[in-house]
Design a protein around this ligand. Structure first.
Ligand SMILES: NC(=O)c1ccc[n+]([C@@H]2O[C@H](COP(=O)([O-])OP(=O)(O)OC[C@H]3O[C@@H](n4cnc5c(N)ncnc54)[C@H](OP(=O)(O)O)[C@@H]3O)[C@@H](O)[C@H]2O)c1
Length: 345
């Protein structure tokens, strides 16, 4: 049966220099693979596009191996079981899988996780109730440790990580200040309960930020780096905590930014303000925090305390362009590619 199914997939054709372009990807169509004992054939419904994929396109040393040239681009997916050679899953089940940028794929059944469509829309399994939501939850609570009345600042605040950080900070009784690109995104942040929202593209951004944090910054959840970090650093309070989750402003960098070398400023500031700056990859917290996250975040989503927004692009053929846009702020909310029909809608 499966040899009749055609599978379109997106391969890494070349490594980008700077911003990824269409030339870095190649489309091909092959027969869908056949599942063996203990495996399932899956059909992709949603492909999650995430900033970490830029790192996988590059050969630079990182916490995970790069995608090989000619291999399918990596990525988290929400998928439907088409054929099962394992008792634990049946056709029609919806699962979280790591199929990558393709319409079909085979996975061992033990590597996928069943999604309950009654809990929340299934797309949230790669968004607010998935990896980005978890990075926000674990990084903020374990490293940021916001206390009632403290000020938490987060950038890329309209994205899945940032929007969850701000809302969870408020759940914990802190004041949430969000930084995002443009008036539409900052208006959205106010709508979902951020105490203040600032546009990092505004010429008055530095002054706006200073005015928005009259008591300084106790927790800065770092998602971007660049000029936002420069504006935040002088406003950090003594004993401030900085969960360093990502530096998306630098993922396309090919060389150091121009200007004077200010690298000595950072250790001096860390010392004089007794700062805690701690990088993390969410996977390190899975064993200790994932279960609690699922319970708490599902409850918050269900009762409306944790709101989310999705930016759904139709068609796998549009994935490369949508991905480039993610690195420059063209997305508004969790970026997903709808690769196939969602039977739960
Ligand atoms: N450590 C981990 O385990 C982990 C896990 C998940 C994600 N992350 C990181 O978390 C961050 C957010 O991820 P996400 O999935 O929620 O992405 P996202 O916010 O949906 O997308 C990235 C956003 O970054 C902003 N941005 C891009 N260039 C910028 C610049 N030069 N200055 C300021 N903002 C800029 C853009 O928003 P604006 O339009 O608002 O500028 C863009 O929409 C990324 O750095 C990602 O790598 C880390």
């Amino acid at each position: 049966m499966t040899d009749l199914i055609e599978n379109t997939r997106v391969l890494l054709a070349s490594r980008p220099h700077g911003e990824p372009t269409a030339d870095n990807f190649r489309f091909e169509t092959t027969p869908a693979p056949t599942p063996g004992e203990g495996e399932v054939l899956l059909r992709t419904i949603y492909l999650s596009l995430d900033p970490y994929m830029r790192g996988r396109m590059s050969e630079a040393e990182s916490y995970a191996a790069p995608v090989e040239l000619g291999a399918v681009m990596e990525g988290g997916t929400v998928a439907e079981v088409v054929e099962s050679q394992d008792d634990s899953l049946a056709p029609g089940d919806i699962v979280l899988a790591h199929l990558g940028w393709q319409q079909y794929g085979v996975q061992p059944a033990r590597h996928v996780r069943r999604i309950d469509p009654a809990r929340a829309p299934v797309s949230t399994a790669v968004g607010v109730l998935g990896m980005p939501g978890f990075a926000a939850y674990a990084g903020l609570l374990e490293i940021g440790r916001p206390q009632p009345g403290e000020t938490v600042v987060v950038a890329a605040a309209a994205g899945p990580v940032g929007s969850a950080v701000g809302q969870i900070a408020r759940i914990k009784g802190a004041r949430a200040v969000g930084i995002a690109g443009g008036a539409e995104k900052t208006a959205y942040l106010r709508e979902i309960g951020f105490d203040a929202a600032l546009d990092h593209r505004s010429p008055t951004f530095e002054d706006d930020l200073r005015a928005a944090v009259p008591d300084g910054i106790d927790v800065y959840f770092e998602n971007v780096g660049g000029h936002v970090w420069d504006a935040v650093l002088p406003l950090l309070n003594v004993h401030a905590r900085v969960p360093l989750c990502g530096v998306v402003a630098h993922y396309n960098d090919t060389e150091l930014p121009p200007g004077p070398d200010r690298s000595a400023l950072l250790p001096r500031t860390i010392l004089t303000k007794s700062l805690t700056i701690r990088g993390f990859i969410q996977a390190e917290f899975v064993k200790t925090h994932y279960k609690t996250f699922q319970q708490e975040a599902s409850g918050w989503v269900a009762d409306g305390t944790l709101q989310y927004r999705e930016d759904v692009v139709a068609g796998l053929e549009n994935a490369p362009e949508a991905f480039s846009g993610l690195l420059t702020g063209k997305n508004f909310g969790k970026l997903l590619v709808q690769v196939g029909d969602d039977p739960t809608l």
